[in-house]
Unconditional design. Sequence first.
Length: 214
Amino acid sequence: MTAPARSDAAEPGRIVILNGAPRSGKSSIARAVQETLDGIWLNLGVDLWMTATPHGLSPGIGLRPGGERPDLEVAIPALYGALFESIAAASRLGLNVVTEVGLHDSYSIPMGILADLARRLTGLPVLFVGVRCPIEEIMRRRNASPPGSYTSGEPGDPPAPALLWQSEVHKPGVYDIEVDTSVASPVDCAMAIARRLDGPAAESAALRRLAAAP
């Protein structure tokens, strides 16, 4: 049985942030990380945070790009800040964290979400992972989801919300590593992540760049 983490842990836990569009495969990779990598891995991400968000603010940090709901946007910085601080707190207690998110700044006004992420996780061992998937495959996955879960459409003629996610979630596209779930299984992606984590814990070069961006 794995011993529980201690509040005076000598080393902070690793943090893996999976960033990509809905249906790109982030949740499947997060589960594979939990099941295949050594140590305790908590999954703190958009799916969990949306269940904790009051109905009146739903979908919270899952709000799609386009700036179509400025009435909901006022809560976005605090909701993301709470998520990022929770990730940092778990890491400082020696717990590893995998986080699946769709980070974008395509609101009615810029929110600086990536800069806030970089600031709040400064000094912690983070691997920032871009989860890529071609729009045609994403549309096939959307169409196979339960009715009402996602906007569906023809793979060759995706609806505007799906295209917006595809273009906005990877701006500016600065990552420590990228994976493509159309050609790699969740376990393959987890193993690629494990290889990058094999060695001394280090701060994310990608987040340092994002923190320094004007």
